[in-house]
Design a binder for this molecule. Structure first.
Ligand SMILES: *[C@@H]1O[C@H](CO)[C@@H](O)[C@H](O)[C@H]1NC(C)=O
Ligand SMILES: *[C@@H]1O[C@H](CO)[C@@H](O)[C@H](O)[C@H]1NC(C)=O
Ligand SMILES: *[C@@H]1O[C@H](CO)[C@@H](O)[C@H](O)[C@H]1NC(C)=O
Ligand SMILES: *[C@@H]1O[C@H](CO)[C@@H](O)[C@H](O)[C@H]1NC(C)=O
Length: 960
């Protein structure tokens, strides 16, 4: 028996007695209270009662264990319940509570003193590389020994980005120092405590909470903001107290990087947890945070000072090396069906044909079946998959296979006679992937004596360790044709459904709970091992003393490693991946989403938070992607999900046993779903433009950081700068609230101006067929309404419709308008494009066709040059790196100009990818007498954008 346990038990018995006495006293005084002869005593006794009661309020039962005799803080157990930090596992019997912690006999909680005694000692003024020693020799986790010789490294990455690393001394990490920075920090001497100040106050404070480091458990606690402020992130808007999140890629785990936006007053700062090992994040009720990680390496965090969420995103993107690799077709719908059909090729062909006749637009498909690697040969499957790819190519659709990382494993027939029952020769020759040859690349069991076997769908599978696999290795896995346009890597956290039992896991891991269990359940066994393969020649050695690394420490990297290994097959390709780690350059593929109203809201929240964390490319499954979908009771939900998917950055329609593509429905339901996909297609020019500069779907706190009443909202979202959506998130909803964002807003599809002041909730009626969308006054959105069956064809063939939402209420209109006048220098243009004089010309057009009126309008336009416009709006259409069309408008005319000279994309008959024709203009915000429809003015015209090759601008007068 561990000696201290008895000792501490005694202490707690004392506590208990104390508590009981107190209770007895109260009763006794109550009796006295009625006796008038004891008045003098009464007042004294009242105090005596009041004091314990007050203290009782805080419920403190200090353990009488003395602090280490080092003269540092003693710490107090007097802390309100709200702000107590769990000391080890919180809910334990008193004898399991570490003697240096406090114990609350009422709630049976073990908690830290304040300041915590579990700290590290900083001998003198802190500096990089200084060795820190634990103050208490054991930790509250199974009384393991505290690690000695810790180091704290502070890296000043940029003027707005700081990183903190707590690590074990073996690693040589050294932080940079810069002179110009927007933060400063203090590392307290003696008992380690760190405070980081941003431009607007404290942004990180360990607040003398615990720092614990021991074998397989590191813990730190800190505060990012005060309890009255909000935090956002980890899939939550807001991130409330009492939430626990897990960083460990698994089914249902986080998809985005673990970035938290903390707000304090009107400024925001960011906190990113860079944890490769399984890590638990606890948000305490008063916004204190506790991080516990099963690591032996340490903890690393990044702090971003902001002050706006957009500033934080910019720094995060910079740090993670975001690259813009958006292809236009990626914005179109991606379809996949994993049906149990007898003949998938026929089914695929039928789907393609019917979608053409039903005008169902989609861009890519996963083909005949998802790809699963196998050790055994299956020539029929290879043919099937190749033919599926060919069919799609022939129908002008992209082929995007779905690929899982594991290899379906069939036992080799051994040479031993008793097992050789029938023709071993033939069966051996059926092996296509030689797992013996590639053994060093395969994840091994916990004692590394044999290859680790998991299970998926009832089949045995093995897992390559994709780190540093060779090209041959990948080519021996990918035996299909390489005619793919991109790839979706699924189940790559990676999935393992084999039964695991966690009964004796406490013998191995000092800290483990249900959250870890949930994370470990559908992933390969936590203590499987992998060898670090440096190069192809390295041989395996099974030296018992030097066991290879446990797989869980680097588990989170698996998805990234699979993604980069896959590039060995055909070179870089558009990669969608279910699992990523600190990687904003793969498209996040949301997977395993059950169909429910709650999950529809969740998908919007996750996509918006993902976007502002740097994952601008984010794909969500419309209507979920699991087997639970009920195609009868959930039709309305599914239709609404299609409408929400109109505004998602990327979408996937993934059917399993029950189909959920629009063709699986009939009548109005099907019509509404196809109409939603068509609307999405018509908005792609706007989405593409937005995605060049920022995320598509955004939370309110990001878009309007200073609009306090909107901050906490998770029911309305911004789509780019110019749209706001207010989805119905409940069945048969007849009303939704639009919380008015700053500025003036119009109904996007009709042009009705919404009355309401900023922060006010405006009740709007809605129907099952509606999906409320609002457009910001002052903006111009370019659409292609006459859509085709793929995104690329629509971009090339559909005429543009320009939607102008005029802002007539902003007094700074005139200045703004002047500032945005094109500053393009036309002198560098190609001589073929016309002479310099012509280039400066302005083309005047109006919505009247007689020459007379055109002259008149030209005159008016010239005259109006000097006049100050009352209203304005502007927008742009990004076409290519060197070609953006700019639009600005007043209450009378629209001016179009080109920024850049890559006219090939609209005018070159061979290289053209964009349409050059502008056909319709709708104007919102004109006076009623100028509207020719209920709430807007619609004007048809014919403008050829190629005229901009020879002219500085095109002016179109839409009001006479
Ligand atoms: C919390 O509020 C107190 C008092 O308003 C302030 O002194 C402290 O700096 C704040 N802490 C943080 C982390 O914002
Ligand atoms: C791996 O973990 C399991 C429990 O999850 C345990 O039974 C087994 O002994 C461990 N193996 C090794 C080599 O530690
Ligand atoms: C007016 O427009 C300018 C420029 O777009 C903007 O910064 C300002 O906030 C607007 N003012 C109001 C009251 O909307
Ligand atoms: C855009 O213009 C720049 C500079 O003129 C040039 O270097 C670049 O290659 C152009 N990009 C494309 C896609 O044409």
């Amino acid at each position: 028996m561990i000696p201290h346990i008895n000792e501490s038990k005694d202490d707690f018995e004392e506590d208990l007695t104390f508590a009981q006495d107190k209770y007895r006293n109260v009763k006794w005084y109550d009796r006295i209270l009625l006796n008038k002869t004891f008045r003098v005593t009464l007042s004294l006794l009242l105090i005596a009662v009041a004091c314990p009661l007050l203290i009782y309020h805080f419920i403190f039962f200090p353990s009488f264990n003395h602090p280490p005799s080092d003269g540092y803080s003693t710490g107090s157990c007097l802390a309100p319940r709200q702000s107590r930090l769990p000391c080890g596992v919180e809910a334990v019997p008193p004898e399991l509570c570490h003697p240096q912690c406090c114990y609350d006999h009422q709630s049976h909680m073990c908690f830290h003193r304040f300041p915590s005694r579990f700290s590290y000692l900083v001998p003198t003024e802190w500096s990089e590389g200084m060795l820190l020693q634990p103050r208490v020799p054991t930790v509250p986790y199974r009384l393991q020994r505290s690690l000695t010789n810790l180091k704290l490294s502070i890296d000043e990455v940029s003027s707005s980005h700081l990183s903190l690393t707590f690590h074990h001394s073996d690693d040589d990490i050294s932080g940079r120092r810069i002179t110009e920075k927007k933060y400063d920090y203090t590392v307290l001497k003696h008992e380690l405590s760190i405070v980081v100040n941003g431009p607007n106050g404290i942004i990180f404070n360990t607040a003398r909470g615990p720092l614990i480091a021991s074998n397989n458990i590191w813990e730190i606690s800190f505060r990012l903001t005060n309890s009255s402020n909000y935090m956002y992130g980890l899939g939550e808007i807001p991130l409330k107290g009492g939430t626990t999140k897990m960083i460990y890629s698994h089914r249902g785990g986080l998809s985005s990087i673990p970035l938290i936006f903390a707000q304090s007053n009107n400024s925001y700062h960011g906190f990113l947890i860079e944890a490769m090992a399984p890590t638990e994040i606890l948000i305490r009720p008063d916004n204190q945070m506790v991080i516990r990680s099963i690591t032996n390496w340490g903890l690393k965090f990044h702090l971003f000072v902001g002050p706006t969420p957009a500033d934080i995103m910019r720094d995060v993107k910079g740090m993670l090396g975001f690259k813009n690799n958006l292809e236009y077709w990626m914005l179109g719908a991606h379809v996949c069906s994993e049906g149990t059909s007898e003949n998938p090729l026929t089914e695929l062909q039928t789907f393609i044909t019917t979608s053409n006749t039903q005008r169902l637009p989609f861009d890519s498909h996963c083909g005949a079946a998802p790809v699963v690697f196998k050790t055994d040969c299956d020539p029929d499957l290879v043919t099937l998959i190749n033919q599926g790819a060919t069919q799609l190519k022939n129908s002008n659709k992209k082929y995007i296979p779905h690929v899982s990382p594991y290899i379906k494993y069939t036992e080799r027939i051994t040479e031993e006679p008793e097992e050789v029952t029938n023709e071993p020769e033939t069966r051996a020759s059926e092996r296509c992937f030689d797992d013996d040859l590639y053994e060093k690349y395969i994840i091994r069991s916990s004692n590394s004596s044999h290859i680790y076997q998991g299970e998926v769908g009832g089949n045995k599978v093995i897992y390559p360790n994709y780190e540093n696999v060779s090209e041959e290795f990948m080519k021996s896995l990918w035996i299909y044709n390489t005619n793919f346009d991109g790839v979706i890597l699924e189940n790559n956290w990676p999935l393992d459904e084999s039964k695991k039992d966690f009964v004796d896991i406490h013998d191995h891991l000092p800290y483990f709970n249900e959250d870890f269990e949930a994370a470990f359940k559908f992933t390969p066994k936590w203590n499987a091992t992998r060898h670090i393969v440096i190069d192809d020649d390295q041989t395996l050695s099974f030296n018992a003393e030097e066991l290879p690394e446990k797989y869980l420490y680097t588990h989170n990297e698996f998805g990234n490693q699979f993604a980069s290994a896959f590039e060995k097959i055909k070179g870089p390709t558009e990669t969608f991946s279910t699992s990523q780690w600190m990687n904003v350059n793969v498209v996040v593929n949301r997977q395993n989403i059950r169909t429910s109203w709650t999950n529809l809201n969740r998908e919007l929240i996750e996509a918006s938070l993902g976007g502002i964390s740097g994952h601008w490319y984010w794909s969500t499954p419309v209507c979920g992607d699991t087997d639970n979908f009920d195609s009868e009771s959930q039709i309305r939900l599914c239709a609404k999900w299609y409408m929400a998917a109109t505004y998602m950055p990327m979408i996937k329609i993934h059917s399993k046993d029950v189909a959920r593509d629009p063709l699986a429905f009939t009548g109005t339901d099907r019509a509404q779903m196809i109409s939603a996909l068509t609307k999405r297609m018509s908005l792609l020019p706007y989405f593409y433009t937005v995605l060049q500069e920022g995320p598509l779907i955004r939370p309110m706190f990001y878009q309007f950081p200073n609009a306090e009443p909107l901050r906490h909202l998770s029911t309305q979202f911004a789509v780019g700068d110019d749209l706001v959506i207010v989805p119905n998130l409940q069945p048969s909803q007849s009303h939704v609230h639009l919380w008015m964002p700053p500025g003036t807003w119009f109904d996007f599809w009709g042009g009705l101006k919404i009355d309401g002041i900023e922060g006010q909730a405006v009740t709007m009626t809605t129907t099952e067929a509606d999906f409320l969308t609002f457009m910001r006054a002052g903006s111009i959105i370019i659409m292609q309404k006459n859509t085709q069956l793929t995104a690329e064809l629509t971009r090339l063939q559909s005429e543009y419709t320009v939607i102008i939402a005029l802002d007539c209420e902003n007094s700074t209109v005139a200045e703004v308008f002047e500032e945005t006048t094109t500053t393009e220098d036309p002198t560098t243009s190609d001589p073929d494009l016309g002479d310099e004089v012509n280039k400066k010309r302005t083309i005047f057009l109006s919505n009247t066709n007689t020459a007379d009126e055109r002259d008149k309008s030209k005159k008016v336009a010239e005259e109006s040059d000097g006049a100050t416009p009352k209203c304005y709006a502007r927008g742009k259409l990004y076409m290519s790196e060197n070609m953006t069309i700019q639009f600005k408008s007043t209450e009378t005319e629209l001016t179009i100009s080109a920024l850049g000279d890559d006219f090939g994309v609209i005018c070159d008959p061979h290289g053209q990818i964009w349409s050059s024709t502008l056909r319709h203009v709708s104007i919102y915000g004109l006076s009623d007498d100028q509207n020719n429809y209920d709430d807007d003015r619609k004007v048809d015209t014919l403008i050829n954008l190629c005229s901009l090759m020879n002219a500085k601008e095109i002016v179109f007068k839409f009001v006479n």
